[in-house]
Design a protein around this ligand. Structure first.
Ligand code: NAD
Length: 453
């Protein structure tokens, strides 16, 4: 179902009318395309407090022109009409107390107005030091700062916080956040803290930078349509050979997508007791990227929910994910350097009326990711992360009644629904061989939904 309001505000009279009525003003987001693969402008690199991060070579690899300003240089607004930044990276890793926290205001206050529409602000923070409550207070403050700025900045701009210790290990994350690929990711706090040594090919330049997944095999469940189909397409773009898995009833769509992508189709119900064994048998040479995307809703308030609606949702969305993950790790099908990306939902984080079954299943994914991630990395060299989509324009959300659907679309900082490709791009970043230091994260792709934000 097309977002007609977004089309309306894309026209001059529509913009005039909706502004006069005080209605939301969603911006047309700049998403990745072969013609416009990068942000349109330079990145401004600022620092608050002392830093020894060594960010310059990592920013150089974004391909953007970088202007670096030290705290003592920060004077006035660079928006003299000529130099609009497409992005600002603020290194706040050296912020240790309330005094040095003021450097965040000093650095960003003069430049925030000059960030171009659909631009990016990325704040870099340090892990909280349990032995220093002043440092912890100041670093935690960055989270409230980031989320608040994301809610007020507007114009399709995003604001995210990355906590890191090693700039090189965070290279793929910074390239993602400083690109049009992260158009619908805002208000997120991402920890890139896994030991760099455990990150295979941490940030080595790749033979074919446009195809980081070249030579890798990916399997996407529920890939015949919607978000899963977009994930399959995006992983193929990035060089992977993709297995499109879906239920037997969706065989035709699965096959035609697999044929178009040069991959293979596998028709299988993920709730089958032997699903893990059948996937392993299909992939005797192993698997590098496992995307648990298949999911269903069977909404009813708890008072009206028969046991079958509960168990079917829990089985598809959670139990089958646990079973197949266990089977594929135990059999060694997932190769070292592998990536598991599971699909949660903001309904699992914020809760949603009528979705006790679905919310429980998606919160379960968060628990699975957080618990398994350190062990899977230590024992198998495999990272485990989740994407948590907000309102994404698919058949699932087209089925929501009109007024609820319109509220779901607008109630986020970008005032619009996301597209399947937004979840796919986030999945591709987590699947990147260079993302080995991103582990145990739940990254919302929700335009900074106001629910549970
Ligand atoms: P969709 O209904 O359009 O597609 C889901 C796909 O999964 C379908 O092709 C379906 O056949 C397949 N599937 C369902 N049960 C299966 C099973 N037992 N075995 C194999 N395949 C199965 O849904 P979507 O909107 O693309 O959602 C994809 C994922 O994203 C789901 O996990 C969903 O819960 C999650 N999600 C979606 C949104 C949204 O706004 N669309 C929001 C949050 C989370």
């Amino acid at each position: 179902m097309a977002d007609r309001y977004l089309s309306l505000t894309g026209t001059a009279p529509g913009r005039f009318l909706t502004r006069r009525l005080g209605l939301p003003q969603p911006a047309a987001l700049h998403r990745w395309s072969p013609d416009r693969p990068a942000l349109d402008g330079p990145v401004l690199h600022l620092t608050a407090g002392p830093s020894s991060l060594g960010l310059a070579p990592v920013l150089a690899r974004t391909g953007l022109t970088v202007t670096t300003r030290r705290p003592e240089d920060t004077v006035g607004d660079p928006a003299d009409g000529s130099a609009r930044s497409a992005a600002v990276v603020l290194d706040a890793t050296g912020v240790r107390d309330v005094d040095t926290l003021a450097g965040v205001h000093t650095a960003l206050h003069p430049v925030v107005r000059s960030v171009a529409p659909s631009g990016r602000i990325v704040v870099l923070g340090a892990p909280l030091d349990p032995a220093d409550h002043h440092q912890s207070a100041a670093q935690q403050a960055l989270e409230g700062f980031t989320r608040s700025l994301g809610k007020e900045i507007g114009g399709g701009r995003t604001v995210n916080l990355v906590r890191l210790t090693d700039a090189g290990a965070a290279g793929s994350t910074l390239r993602f956040l400083l690109s049009p690929r992260s158009a619908y990711v805002s208000g997120q706090v991402i920890d890139v803290l896994a030991a760099a040594g455990s990150a295979p090919q941490a940030d080595a330049p790749q033979a074919d930078p446009g195809r980081p997944l070249a030579g890798r095999t990916a399997l996407v469940t529920g890939a015949a349509r919607g978000i899963g189909a977009a994930v399959a397409e995006t992983l193929t773009r990035d060089g992977a050979r993709v297995v499109v898995l879906d239920v037997p009833q969706a065989e035709q769509d699965a096959r035609s997508l697999a044929d178009r992508l040069g991959g293979t189709a596998l028709t299988l119900d993920v709730t089958a007791a032997d699903a893990g064994e059948r996937i392993a048998a299909e992939l005797p040479d192993g698997l590098d990227v496992l995307v648990h995307n298949a999911g269903v809703t069977r909404d009813r308030r708890l008072v009206n929910m028969p046991a079958e609606r509960w168990s079917s949702v829990l089985d598809v969305n959670l139990a089958s994910v646990l079973r197949t993950t266990d089977a594929l790790l135990a059999k060694g099908t997932l190769r070292p350097g592998g990536r598991i990306v599971a699909t949660a939902s903001i309904a699992g984080l914020a809760g949603n009326a009528g979705q006790t079954n679905y919310g429980a299943s998606k919160a379960g994914i968060v628990g699975l990711v957080r618990s398994l991630a350190p062990r899977a990395l230590a024992e198998h060299g495999v990272t485990v992360n989740a994407v948590a989509p907000g309102f994404i324009e698919t058949r699932m959300t087209a089925a929501i009644p009109l007024f609820l659907r319109e509220a779901g679309r607008r109630m986020n900082s970008l005032a619009q629904g996301g597209l399947p490709v937004d979840v796919a791009e986030t999945t591709a970043w987590l699947a990147d061989p260079a993302s080995g230091a991103v582990n145990g994260q739940v990254v919302r792709v929700c335009g900074q939904s106001l629910l549970g934000a």
